[in-house]
Design a protein around this ligand. Structure first.
Ligand code: WT7
Length: 649
């Protein structure tokens, strides 16, 4: 039994949005199911500025996905920046669009819609001068500076396709992404700044680009003024190219289904894949969900403290909020700098009303106690959001009681890079919440649970979560590899989108995400493939074989557990562990590391040589008694060695 939290009256009061009651939600949901095409056509015409209004809703379906992507608003034409910028100039020209808080507390920049429009036009001019045309790929490898959003929008203005690479990724990871999309330009900065520490973005870019012939220009923003290497003829300073450029530029018309961006994400096998989102459907989805889920109002100060390098930053720092004419906070620092009161200091100073973060941050802050929260006046807060991983009820309740002072509602938003925006989540003013549940599907989303025999579960039950019908915000394909898209998402259950997540539905129809059921790890809300870790580990000379799984971690949600078989002649030891983590840092990035290593004589394999990952998982989770049948193993003795040598934090 879990407690139900009704929406506090002060949260519902005065909401200008359409779904303020459960009846309102149910009516919208039913309408979206009755006539999806009509429902979303009406929404998109109200929300977006179209150059040519669409008359077509949905074309295509999941059964024919191998023949080509589904299409939404297929005959429409638009440029997303007109919805995000131009049309706000009349009513909101002087409204703050981006409220930037730098690494040092109180280092604030207020960028109005008018400023932002001008800067985006100037940056678009600069990119055009550097050769960027519609359809070209631009990699953005930056920290949390306003210019990162300007760069994204400048690409969109030209119809160019941006691909933001999170600033924590290594040179190897950046190079892979540059190569995969054959980027023409990289936009970066001299250094990033986070928690008082510089991040050598330009230097890493230089390493990544050695020998990459597709990249013609590197545009460099000066953030810290550090000395950086310079390649004459290739490198261009942002302030030289952008500041003097003309301050208006006609937005390039795009078809609704033209690509807007590529974002690389990890799967259960192989290299990260370039998830592709398109213009019309994506912006409709992010605008709709941002407005309704957070119940955003004209005077809100809305803060999503994610990084633009992830989908959360794309959808809920940049595109959704700007399309809705909101004031969106961009935060350069970390929750711990200079101390664990940083978020709350910022909430108080900036008057933040809607605050959106990840469970891992909530747990890390809760571990510091209530005092850093209580010493601040957080009465401006109305809606608190979480995203990225399941939130445990303890952390949920701390967020609700201590941060929200029992006066706010919590929206636990389940979604994915591939879904473009929220899928299962409370609607802030309407949905009663339960700690740990993402609650109910957004209108337009048809979830389906399948049991271990692939049968559809009706009513309460637990299984694998699929989505049974296209929605406007869904990723259309994997860049350059539609077959991979079909095989990853639509082959396990033909005709359905498989999310990779397990999920339970309770008697009230509420959904409880139980975590990934594939070989994807979710560490501090960062998604990483076990296969990427394993590939990196076996590239260390001393390592013969590696098996990587997740285990429950009190702060990170999941930690990384690696079973290592050494090459003959090597002895286990700390030095080898250090080497292995260095290799992972080099190949993936600073955010990736193994928490626990266990050296084993061999991996548990079937007679056909397949690693039985279930065994690795159970031991790492501290449940060796739940191993199940091990009789099909080639060498059952390794199991005992694995159990005997199990590590824990
Ligand atoms: C995976 C997607 C969505 C933006 C950030 C992560 C997990 C995400 C929740 C939630 C339980 C969640 C899922 C999902 N996840 N939100 N509210 N409750 N799990 O995007 O890197 O594409 O990861 O994050 O496992 O599949 P992503």
């Amino acid at each position: 039994m879990s407690e139900v939290y009704d929406v506090p009256a002060r949260v519902r009061e005065g909401s200008p949005n359409p779904m303020t009651t459960m009846d309102g939600y149910r009516a919208a949901y039913a309408a979206s199911m009755d006539d999806p095409g009509g429902f979303w056509l009406r929404e998109t015409k109200q929300r977006l500025q179209w150059m040519r209004e669409p008359t077509q809703g949905l074309e295509g379906n999941f059964h024919e996905i191998a023949d080509g992507p589904v299409r939404w608003f297929g005959d429409g034409e638009l440029n997303v920046t007109e919805s995000c910028l131009d049309r706000h100039l009349l009513d909101r020209g002087d409204k703050v669009a981006i409220l930037w808080e730098g690494d040092e507390p109180g280092d604030v920049r207020r960028i109005t819609y008018r400023d932002l429009h001008r800067e985006v036009c100037q940056a678009a001019h600069a990119l055009r001068e550097l050769g960027v045309k519609k359809g070209e790929r631009v990699i953005i490898y930056m920290g949390m500076v306003p210019e990162a959003a300007v760069a994204m929008l400048a690409c969109a203005r030209l119809g160019a396709i941006h691909s933001v690479v999170f600033g924590g990724f290594s040179a190897d990871a950046l190079r892979d992404r540059v190569r995969d999309c054959r980027a023409q330009i990289v936009i970066t900065q001299d250094e990033g700044l986070r928690g008082g520490r510089p991040i050598p973005l330009k230097e890493t870019t230089d390493h990544a680009l050695v020998g990459e012939d597709s990249v013609e220009k590197v545009l460099v923003l000066k953030r810290t003024g550090a000395d950086v290497g310079w390649v004459e003829g290739r490198d261009v300073w942002w302030h030289d190219a952008v500041a003097s450029a003309p301050d208006s530029l006609d937005a390039v018309p795009c078809a609704a289904e033209d690509p807007l961006f590529i974002l690389y994400t990890s799967g259960s096998t192989g290299r990260p894949k370039g998830v592709l989102h398109t213009c019309g459907g994506y912006l409709t989805w992010t605008s709709y969900t941002h407005q309704n889920v957070f119940d955003v109002r004209e005077d809100d100060v809305y803060a999503c403290v994610a990084d633009v390098g992830w989908i959360t930053g794309h959808s809920y720092i940049v595109y959704g909020p700007l399309c809705n004419g909101a004031t969106t906070v961009m935060f350069e620092s970390t929750p711990m700098y200079p101390d664990p009161g940083r978020y709350w200091d910022m909430v108080e100073r900036l008057g933040i009303t809607v605050f959106y973060t990840a469970p891992t941050a909530i747990r890390a802050l809760a571990a510091h106690g209530d005092e850093p929260v209580r010493r601040h006046d957080l009465s401006s807060l109305r809606v608190l959001g979480t995203v990225g991983e399941p939130i445990n009820p303890d952390a949920w309740i701390w967020y609700h009681e201590v941060v929200g002072n029992g006066r706010c509602t919590i929206v636990d938003t389940w979604w994915q890079t591939e879904t473009g925006g929220h899928m299962i989540t409370p609607i802030a003013p309407a949905t009663p919440t339960k700690p740990g549940s993402a609650t109910l599907p957004v209108p337009g989303v048809l979830p389906l649970l399948l049991d271990e025999k692939d049968r559809i579960i009706r009513g309460p039950g637990q299984g694998r979560l699929c989505i049974d019908m296209p929605w406007p915000g869904m990723a259309r394909t994997v860049w350059g590899d539609h077959e991979r898209y079909v095989s990853v998402y639509f082959s396990l259950f033909p005709g359905r989108y498989f999310t990779g997540d397990g999920c339970r539905r309770d008697k009230d129809g509420y959904y409880w995400i139980t975590g990934r059921v594939d070989d994807v790890l979710n560490v501090s809300g960062h998604r990483m493939g076990t296969a990427e870790f394993e590939a990196s580990l076996v590239s260390v000379e001393a390592v013969a074989e590696a098996g990587v799984v997740g285990f429950p971690h009190p702060i990170k949600g999941q930690g990384v557990y690696a079973y290592i078989v050494l090459q003959p002649g090597y002895e286990p030891g700390d030095d080898i562990e250090t080497l292995m983590n260095q290799q992972i840092r080099k190949e993936i990035g600073a955010h990736a590391r193994v928490d626990l290593f266990q050296f084993v004589p061999g991996l548990p394999k079937t007679r056909s040589g397949k690693v039985m990952r279930r065994i690795l998982r159970k031991v790492a989770e501290g449940q060796p008694e739940a191993l199940g049948d091990t009789s099909t193993l080639a060498d059952p003795s390794v199991v005992q060695a694995i159990i005997d040598g199990a590590k824990s934090l």
